[in-house]
Design a binder for this molecule. Structure first.
Ligand SMILES: C[S@@+](CC[C@H](N)C(=O)[O-])C[C@H]1O[C@@H](n2cnc3c(N)ncnc32)[C@H](O)[C@@H]1O
Length: 227
């Protein structure tokens, strides 16, 4: 079995949005957001997050990587048969996740680590499932994230993304383009298109489902076929 090579972080790549953020900008943004995240974006995204965890719980395999675990909002909802490792760039978001694990007594959370999801220290094929909730439109190099997840998830395992993606047309698309000017404050890219994350062949074979509210978020499930 051949695995995709670890991709160097200085790789030149198409920008995820017209307003791409560096890892330092991401850390700064989430330092500001950490204390208010759960009541702000955390609540709007609740149904899509729970939908993604339900999808993970229904898949085979026990070793789960939650990418960009944030304040750990999803952690209490994994089945006991899933053992979860969470990673995030933000010390401040992780501090909230660690408190949550203590208060919820989530015994199936193996570890919460400060780590860049685009370039992790995990061995090839370490996980059965990787799930990235509202993270793909935040990382500086989404394709690099995808490659890294393909490397650390077992062949035949699953990679899930739940995210907001740029609307294909209409007023919503215009609004998303206008909002993209505030990406640095928001901490994500409203003008993030699915094609920026997934090559056409992955979009073709993925299971793609619109999520509540009003299809604002999309759940993408991809079986891992490393190339
Ligand atoms: C919008 S929040 C989502 C948090 C959580 N997944 C949820 O469902 O609420 C995005 C998170 O991704 C993290 N993040 C952004 N870029 C990252 C990277 N390259 N590696 C790891 N985490 C990253 C941020 O620090 C932040 O906690």
């Amino acid at each position: 079995m051949t695995y995709p090579e670890r991709v160097k972080t200085d790789r030149v790549e198409r920008s995820p949005s017209r307003f791409s953020m560096s890892t330092e900008t991401v850390k700064r943004a989430y330092r500001r957001w950490a204390n208010v995240y759960d009541v702000g974006f955390g609540s709007i995204s609740r149904f899509a997050r729970l939908g993604a965890v339900k999808a993970v719980n229904g898949l085979p395999g026990s070793e789960v990587l939650e990418v960009g675990v944030g304040t750990g909002l999803a952690l209490p909802y994994y089945n006991e048969s899933k053992f979860v490792t969470g990673i995030d760039l933000s010390t401040d978001m992780l501090a909230h996740a660690r408190k949550r694990v203590q208060t919820c007594g989530c015994k199936n959370v193996r570890n919460l680590l400060e780590m860049n999801a685009e370039n992790t220290s995990f061995d090839n094929a370490s996980f059965d499932i990787a799930v990235a909730m509202f993270v793909a439109s935040v990382v500086p190099h989404p394709r690099q994230l995808l490659q890294e997840l393909k490397r650390i998830v077992k062949p035949g395992g699953y990679i899930l993304f739940v995210n907001h993606f740029l609307a294909e047309k209409g007023v919503r698309r215009d609004i998303e383009y206008a909002m993209a000017h505030a990406s640095h404050l928001l901490g994500w890219h409203p003008d993030f298109a699915m094609e920026t994350l997934l090559p056409p062949e992955d979009i073709e074979r993925a299971y793609i489902r619109a999520m509540f509210p009003m299809g604002l978020f999309t759940l993408v499930t991809l079986e891992n076929c490393p190339r």
